[in-house]
Write a new protein. Structure first.
Length: 171
């Protein structure tokens, strides 16, 4: 598939339960939205090579509804340029295997990170140096993220309006 002109990839493989094909050669450099791209799919393949530098919406990219299937995604994303992202809400929600280093991500433009690691029960990586100073919604960020135990004391949360259930049912 030639996806080099596509700007919106929202819901492309949404609920494609068995989908797990190699997409590493896709040219995603024009894409602005990945909203729910792999939501509730079994995708667990290499996407580190994707150019996501223009993407503003990563809501639920690797998430799952839980009722249908639990996302097995656990691939390296450390080199993704997410500096244009405004929302990463639920990006890894119910991605129960995900535990990759993403501490170097530039999330300084993000305003919504609600549910980003909700029920991502394996995630325990250092993200304490993230610039979250623009975030206004941190609801359910680590809800049931049982493994997460990292220092977040450097986070500037002065603009955040909602911390609803931030660590609810976490350890």
């Amino acid at each position: 598939w030639d996806v080099s002109q596509v700007t919106d990839m929202s819901y492309v493989f949404h609920k494609a339960f068995s989908f797990n094909q190699d997409l590493s050669n896709w040219d995603t450099s024009r894409c602005l939205s990945f909203d729910s791209f792999f939501w509730s799919s079994k995708f667990n393949n290499y996407v580190l090579s994707w150019d996501v530098s223009k993407v503003t919406d990563m809501v639920g990219v690797f998430a799952s509804s839980g009722a249908d299937i639990v996302s097995p995604f656990n691939q390296e994303l450390s080199e993704w340029d997410v500096s244009s992202c405004k929302t990463i809400g639920a990006m890894f929600q119910l991605a129960k295997e995900f535990n990759q280093s993403i501490g170097n991500w530039d999330v300084s433009q993000v305003t919504d990170m609600s549910y980003v690691f909700s029920e991502a029960i394996s995630f325990n990586q250092s993200i304490g140096n993230w610039d979250v100073s623009q975030v206004t919604d941190m609801s359910y960020v680590f809800h049931k993220a049982f493994s997460f135990n990292q220092d977040l004391s450097n986070w500037d949360t002065s603009r955040c309006l909602s911390f609803n259930s931030f660590f609810w049912s976490s350890k």
